[in-house]
Design a protein around this ligand. Structure first.
Ligand code: ASC
Length: 150
């Protein structure tokens, strides 16, 4: 059992380390994948936001569950920006590839804030949720301003 777990963990580590391009047969597949992960993240983040802003009644379990999903999703899009996936059905700006260090920094910051939001949601009170929500939302907005066409 332990051996199998180790093997699974090694395989997962290998997959995560593979060059992004190797994981998607076509650029469109990468575009679809990253958009799907952002869409699912936004849906769950939005449910947390509705509670943080008082538009929806605070429900501690729903907040924690939704924030956990948003935090999990926040890890996914980043392998899905292979070279050549700047064209097609995407609003990605060329800066993602031209200034990839800055993009990675923004992506890392977003994941950190999403993890903090998930931790805050587990506290079980709306004030903790409110104070973590704003910083997380501004990491979304920062990336949209710099790296998304609109
Ligand atoms: C959301 C969502 C975003 C961010 C952004 C924050 O709920 O879907 O993209 O918050 O609007 O400014």
């Amino acid at each position: 059992m332990k051996k199998r777990l180790t093997a699974t963990a090694s395989l997962l580590a290998l997959l995560l380390a593979l060059p992004a391009a190797a994981q998607f047969a076509k650029p469109e597949d990468a575009i679809k994948y990253r958009k799907a992960s952002f869409t699912v993240m936004a849906a769950h983040f939005g449910r947390v936001g509705a509670m943080a802003s008082g538009k929806a009644p605070f429900d501690a379990k729903a907040a924690a569950d939704n924030a956990d999903i948003a935090a999990a999703m926040s890890k996914l899009p980043w392998t899905a920006f292979p070279e050549g996936s700047d064209k097609g059905d995407t609003r990605s700006k060329p800066e993602i590839w031209k200034d990839s260090a800055k993009y990675k920094e923004a992506a890392d910051k977003m994941q950190t804030e999403m993890a903090k939001l998930a931790a805050a949601a587990k506290v079980g009170n709306v004030d903790a949720l409110k104070s973590a929500f704003g910083p997380a939302a501004s990491t979304c907005k920062g990336c949209h301003d710099n790296f998304r066409k609109d």
